[in-house]
Design a protein around this ligand. Structure first.
Ligand SMILES: Cc1cc2nc3c(=O)[nH]c(=O)nc-3n(C[C@H](O)[C@H](O)[C@H](O)COP(=O)(O)OP(=O)(O)OC[C@H]3O[C@@H](n4cnc5c(N)ncnc54)[C@H](O)[C@@H]3O)c2cc1C
Length: 419
């Protein structure tokens, strides 16, 4: 590792134990502009044709319901065409894969691959949020807080990870945590950069909704906003330094800083957690027949559900974290009244995620347990395949894309071997 003490592999020296480990690294790839990076490869490929602005609207089965005849598509409503292929792979993301399968119901009235009412079920994402904050005995000693870089310049981060042994022992799911900037809007962090970000976000957000709404927001939050303004004015010089560094590393470098961390000076480290979401049959997306899009396709109704194991995972993680940081003598951990209320009733916090959608066409050996088989082929349909995290039976705590790519490569090999 560059720029850090090479002998230290723990996020906080002396923290790791049998329950929580911080030695694994999360790595940030360079953002890839797909069209720039691959355009010439795609154009050069003689066996490939890319159709842009083409929306698949219907999967047309033959009358037996076992073979896909063609895909109906449209560039704009009314401009319809069809694509005929020996084998078809749908890779529209976990929500749109589901919609396409369920909405193609002229031959199979329950939708394609849905004989056992599984398409759209076991919908998973992650439970995540901020709960509690740490205060360290000495935030400037043996604490790898900033992002690290490896020899190739890749940004890396250490997280607090609940070990597989602890997951098994406590009968909970996978979960990681890390320190984040305060997202709550509370000014107790006393960090100028965070206060500035919150002020700008609040005021711009309000202004976008019009002067009346802005006035309401300022009136309702005036005490908190004034406190933030005070912090910004008082610590002005330190903000200038941080803003310059952030602008440079976020926008002018090839490898960009993944996110802005407040300075250690505040000695206020809110704990963010993100958990695996246990698969649950009742957690599902389905068609909302009361609402169609411009192509005449029904929109989706999303009904995400969590269960006791998800909530137990959060409670266990927070409690083991508190226990470890305090017994190691590294610092103290504090829960606000809001945090305590959340831990007592996590089901009351509204869920909001747009990032990882998983499990809606889960893989299983038999058709009564999953939508696709081990080759990602829709059970009972001989030439239709699914790519993407919709085929994952479980969600883990994060980052589905490498596994999506691994499965896509495996599927490509399978299709080549089928020819
Ligand atoms: C904010 C954010 C942060 C994320 N961070 C990470 C991360 O750090 N690490 C990680 O591993 N993953 C991350 N993800 C998740 C990652 O983006 C997804 O796992 C990945 O993009 C899924 O790839 P996919 O090809 O299956 O689906 P998508 O990338 O969603 O691609 C599906 C494509 O199909 C198109 N499409 C949809 N419906 C149709 C249709 N009917 N006809 C034709 N085309 C259609 C869509 O326009 C889209 O281009 C993040 C996601 C978000 C939103």
């Amino acid at each position: 590792m560059v720029g850090t003490n090479e002998t230290q592999t723990e996020l906080l020296r002396g923290f790791d134990d049998e329950n929580i480990a911080t030695w694994p690294l999360e790595r940030w790839s360079i953002p890839t502009d797909y069209s720039k990076r691959y355009r010439s490869d795609l154009e050069a490929a003689s066996n490939l044709r890319v159709l842009l602005h083409a929306n698949a609207t219907h999967l047309q089965m033959d009358s037996s319901g076992t073979t896909l005849r063609h895909v109906k598509a449209a560039c704009s409503p009314g401009k319809v065409f069809q694509i005929n292929a020996k084998n078809t792979v749908i890779a529209c993301g976990a929500l749109e894969n589901t919609r396409l399968l369920l909405a193609s119901r002229d031959i199979l009235t329950e939708g394609i691959g849905n004989k056992h009412d599984l398409v759209g079920r076991y919908y998973q994402s992650h439970c995540f949020g901020v709960c509690g904050y740490a205060v360290l005995k000495d935030p400037f000693k043996d604490f790898i807080y900033d992002f690290e870089k490896d020899q190739a310049g890749v940004y890396c981060r250490r997280r607090f990870w609940l070990t597989p042994e602890a997951q098994k022992k406590h009968q909970v799911s996978n979960v990681v945590g890390f320190f984040v900037r305060a997202v709550s809007g509370e000014s107790e962090h006393r960090n100028a950069m965070v206060s500035l970000v919150l002020l700008v976000k609040t005021l711009l957000g309000g202004a976008k909704k019009g002067p009346k709404r802005l006035f309401q927001i300022v009136r309702a939050q005036r005490r908190e906003l004034l406190t933030h303004l005070g912090i910004v004015l008082k610590d002005g010089p330190s903000i200038f330094h941080q803003v310059a560094a952030v602008v440079y590393t976020r926008y002018f470098r090839k490898r960009r800083l993944p996110m802005v961390l407040p300075s250690k000076k505040a000695n206020f480290f809110p704990l963010f957690f993100q958990t695996e979401h246990a698969p649950l049959r009742e957690s599902r997306v389905m068609l909302d027949d009361s609402s169609v899009d411009d192509f005449g396709m029904p929109r989706l109704e999303v009904n995400i559900r969590f269960s006791e194991v998800d909530y137990r995972t959060i409670r266990t993680f927070v409690s083991l974290f508190k226990q470890r940081i305090e017994e190691s003598g590294i610092g103290t951990f504090h829960l606000s009244e809001k945090d305590k209320e959340y831990l007592a009733h996590p089901e009351r916090r509204p869920f909001n995620s747009n990032a990882h959608h998983i499990g809606t066409t889960r893989m299983a050996v038999t058709a009564d347990a999953g939508v696709v088989d081990v080759n990602c082929k829709v059970h009972d349909v001989e030439n239709l395949y699914v790519a993407g995290s919709s085929v994952f039976p479980t969600s883990s705590h994060a980052n589905p894309t490498l596994m999506i790519i691994a499965l896509a490569l495996r599927l490509a090999d399978h299709l080549k071997s089928k020819d």
